[in-house]
Design a protein around this ligand. Structure first.
Ligand code: AMP
Length: 590
């Protein structure tokens, strides 16, 4: 192994970790135990995430404990205690009830990380509606596609985002009954008079702060997240209230959250990490959650770690690699003694980043693995376990993982240690997704022989550590965000000069992969620099900065299969100068 093992580092003054002995905890663990740690709704009325994460603390000894510290642009903090969060979320649940929004209907959120996002999330769950956060950096097209696919009944957004991204597509969304705008600008008064548009804060202020969560079944849908596949539209991943059992278990075992922790998850709730761990899990354990609305900035981030006295920090490899570029000096010039545990997720964490953490912060980054479909962390490096830099760690207690091969007859063969294959999880953990919205066939394809197949390639070493190898499909991971090439290609095809498009992920040392498009132009159109820039701008406007290609190359003939599908694998191999592999299905160039 090229990197030395980092032996478990225990600060004798720190609290004992929840998971002291991996093998022992694993052997004695059952999901029934994890479920038993949840409170459940009063009088046995079921299980609701909002009760577990907000009301049970508000009604108990932690009512006056700070739940959220929301940092404004100038880093001034707006605080909400658990009691205040409970009252505000009751108000929003009443707003939804008065608007006639039913259980199971979808409430979408499009905003940066402002307090209203968290109020809307738990208010929606209290009303037993389904919460679906979207990333504010999406452009109008991904927003339209998700609102339409998810049959949004309500959209909560800011007036500024509405004007820039939603106003132009609103007419295409007849099912969207209510748009609730967050604004305090009197200039928005006219906008608030538009049909179906209301003032979020005014409705909240007028609503009662009393609300009793109706009976909720653990299997009732709670959260909807969109993720990307290789083909077709984004997939709506459905999670149920019972997922909170995994959120709590992982917040203990992996994030090691204890009562007095101050926790900062840097992910945006528009991506699943920012919901499971940036909203639900820390509050379910009753800790204080720091929320920053701004994007990455090294000075700001170190300032937050120091001034907010963050004790547990959950971030992503792209951010860590960007911080590494600034070196150790900014770390040394901040007082970061509160920091006890640091974790990373979302893309491969290179071993030198793990070691850099240890050498610079005095504590190593603990990588962990999961995906939108799993709802919570599945494989992790635990605080009291030795780290093998570059490995994602070991399966969570309660999770059976394996490296497998799908046979032609659909059966699954479990592979030996050291052999590369597809990462699979034995189905049945509480936060496992319960469906792709309106796509039962696609859901079924994810399972075989009792295993959930993740679409990731990995291997397991002889000691049970898992090592990420790559994706089994063409999906792109850029700055931790999963991007479907089809969604990008479809947007490019809407440009009047474009006849065909193939999109790949191009390796990048900081963000993992960048989106690169190969574009075939319509007959008679010349691909010059001006057109290239125009198409880049067009894609950026439609898709938003997070998804749009960074690079476009014009190609005369894109490689296609005989059935007409663009061979992205071949585009990628050619781009990277790699062997072209099997090209027997390639359509001969015209
Ligand atoms: P998402 O559903 O957007 O959270 O993306 C999930 C995918 O991100 C996984 O299937 C992996 O391909 C990748 N991923 C997540 N965590 C890790 C990790 N620790 N190491 C390598 N890849 C990861």
């Amino acid at each position: 192994m090229p990197w030395d093992i980092i032996h478990k580092m225990r600060d004798p003054a720190a609290c004992a970790p929840w998971l002291e002995d991996y093998d022992k905890t694993r052997a004695g663990f059952s999901w029934a135990q994890a479920r038993a740690l949840l409170t459940g709704l009063p009088q046995g009325r079921g299980l609701n995430i909002a009760h577990e994460a907000v009301d049970r603390h508000a009604l108990g000894a932690r009512g006056r404990h700070v739940a959220l510290r929301c940092l404004a642009r100038d880093r001034a903090a707006g605080e909400l205690t658990y009691a205040a969060l409970s009252a505000q979320t009751n108000r929003f649940a009443n707003v939804l009830r008065h608007l006639g929004v039913a259980a199971g209907e979808r409430v979408f959120m499009l905003s940066d990380r402002i307090a209203e996002l968290y109020i809307a999330a738990f208010g929606t769950l209290k009303n037993r509606s389904v919460f679906c956060p979207m990333f504010a950096a999406f452009g109008p097209e991904p927003i339209r596609a998700r609102l339409a696919l998810g049959e949004a009944a309500v959209l909560v957004t800011t007036a500024a985002l509405y004007r820039r991204k939603v106003a132009g597509i609103h007419a295409q969304l007849p099912g969207l009954r209510h748009v609730l705008l967050v604004t305090d600008d009197p200039a928005d008064a006219e906008l608030l008079k538009s049909p179906g548009v209301s003032d979020f804060r005014q409705l909240l202020a007028e609503a009662s702060a009393q609300f009793e969560i109706p009976p909720t079944a653990p299997e009732d849908p709670a959260l909807l997240h969109f993720t990307s596949g290789t083909t077709g539209t984004p997939k709506g991943v459905v999670h149920v209230h019972e997922a909170v059992a995994v959120h709590c278990a992982t917040a203990r075992f992996v994030l090691d959250l204890h009562d007095e922790d101050i926790f900062w998850c840097t992910a945006d709730p528009g991506w699943v990490t920012g919901t499971s761990y940036g909203i639900v899990a820390p509050l379910a354990l009753g800790v204080t959650l720091v929320v920053d609305r701004e994007e990455f900035d090294p000075e700001r981030w170190y300032g937050i770690l120091q001034d907010e006295r963050v004790s547990v920090w959950y971030t992503a490899p792209t951010a860590i690699r960007m911080l590494m570029k600034y070196g150790a000096q900014p770390v040394r010039s901040h007082e970061l003694s509160s920091l006890r545990h640091i974790c990373s997720v979302g893309e491969p964490l290179n071993p030198d980043a793990v070691v850099w953490g240890r050498d610079t912060f005095g504590i190593a980054f603990h990588d962990n693995w999961w995906q939108t479909e799993t709802g919570g962390i599945m494989i992790a490096n635990y605080p009291a376990m030795d780290i093998r830099p570059g490995s994602m760690g070991k399966p969570l207690p309660g999770i059976d993982a394996a490296i497998v091969r799908r046979e032609k007859d659909g059966r699954i063969t479990v592979l030996d240690a050291g052999v590369e294959g597809e990462l699979a999880l034995r189905q049945g953990w509480p936060s496992m997704f319960r469906g792709y919205l309106h796509d039962a066939a696609r859901y079924r394809q994810c399972f075989a022989d009792g295993w959930y197949l993740t679409g990731d390639l990995a291997r397991r070493d002889g000691d049970g550590y898992y090592w990420f190898v790559g994706r089994a499909d063409d999906v792109i991971k850029s700055a931790g965000h999963l991007i479907g090439p089809f969604e990008v290609e479809s947007a490019l095809l809407e440009h009047p000069a474009v006849a065909g498009a193939g999109v790949i992920g191009k390796p990048d040392p900081v963000v993992g992969e960048t989106v690169k498009a190969f574009v075939e132009l319509k007959h008679g159109i010349d691909g010059d620099e001006a057109l290239r820039k125009q198409i880049l701008g067009f894609a950026r406007k439609r898709l938003g900065a997070a998804i749009a290609p960074k690079e476009i190359t014009f190609a005369r003939n894109l490689p296609r299969t005989r059935s007409g599908k663009i061979m992205r694998r071949l585009l990628k191999a050619r781009e990277l100068g790699l062997p072209e592999g099997d090209i027997s299905t390639l359509e001969p160039a015209a």
